[in-house]
Design a binder for this molecule. Structure first.
Ligand SMILES: Cc1ncc(COP(=O)(O)O)c(C=O)c1O
Length: 285
């Protein structure tokens, strides 16, 4: 309405291999058949483009006046911790501004200190028009999620138009405030940044010396290792079972990728302990 898009004609640009949850609308634009299959009929109105591809974004933005938003994960977590090229998010935001389209960042996984800054978009000094948070917002102990936007966007929804039984729950709000205080007081963003660098340096040594592991990537304490086997092999899962036997819980995101997203309160000694379990497991495998 604000942009002059005809009723029910608005479209949102999303990225291939996204993961934004499991509601019907969200899985309508997923390309993960595990999440999608048999859950239709699907919601229309989404244009899917390559992640980390500014040309594809501009082509899509130019393609229609009906585009209202671009929804993106600053790092594609579930897809395997895909970190986009430096500058991608800032340039994508600038393109959205140019074409009068809202830049919507899903920081459910990357947000609240996980990647070494309060938000992953802080690395590129941008402010999304709409920001989606969850998970660490409550320290992981209580179901809290949030959508943040400035009044110019928020006020499009009039009081009473939108609601849910447990929305705005006072206990949840208190838990989220307490969790945010801990993040700030204990400088957990810095902790994630430092321990993340240490983790990737240590695991890189393993990459250099063990042919079973191809690559380590990530930011802060959101990392993944790529196993040197096909995507449909069970090797990553089998390694995770061995990791479990050796005292560390991790799980493949997809196929041959194992993600590590440990508690943000962990210290250096604990991190090195995890690294030695990973090294031992790979040596034994
Ligand atoms: C980036 C991202 N968005 C959304 C979600 C879905 O969150 P919820 O399970 O709270 O609906 C997840 C869950 O893993 C996620 O990683």
């Amino acid at each position: 309405e604000k942009k002059g898009i005809a009723e029910n004609k608005a479209e949102i640009i999303v990225c291939k291999n996204n993961f934004h949850g499991r509601t019907t609308t969200i899985i309508s634009f997923s390309n993960d058949e595990d999440a999608r299959k048999n859950f239709g009929p699907y919601t229309a109105g989404f244009i899917k483009i390559e992640y980390d591809n500014l040309e594809a974004l501009e082509t899509a933005l130019k393609s229609s006046h009906n585009i209202a938003g671009f929804l993106v994960e600053p790092i594609q977590g579930e897809a395997g911790v895909y970190v986009p090229s430096e500058g991608y998010l800032a340039k994508a935001k600038a393109l959205c501004e140019k074409y009068d389209v809202l830049f919507i960042a899903d920081e459910v996984q990357t947000g609240i200190a996980r990647t070494g800054k309060l938000l992953a978009v802080d690395y590129e000094n941008i402010t999304p028009d709409i920001l989606i948070l969850g998970k660490a917002l409550s320290g992981g102990v209580y179901p809290v999620s949030a959508v943040l936007a400035n009044n110019i966007i928020m006020n499009v929804i009039k009081p009473g138009q939108h609601g849910s039984t447990f929305g705005g729950n006072p206990l949840a709000a208190a838990v989220a405030i307490a969790a945010l205080e801990v993040i700030k007081e204990e400088d957990l963003a810095k902790n994630a940044e430092q321990l993340g660098n240490l983790f990737r340096n240590e695991i890189q040594k393993l990459v250099d010396s063990n042919s079973l592991i191809k690559k380590v990537r990530g930011k802060g304490l959101l990392n993944a290792i790529i196993i040197n086997d096909s995507e449909d092999s069970s090797t990553a899962w089998d390694i995770c079972l061995k990791l479990r036997d050796n005292g560390l819980l991790a799980k493949p995101t997809h196929g041959n990728i194992i993600r590590f997203a440990p508690p943000l309160v962990m210290n250096e000694e604990q991190l090195l302990d995890c690294v030695s379990i990973i090294k031992k497991t790979f040596k034994e495998f």
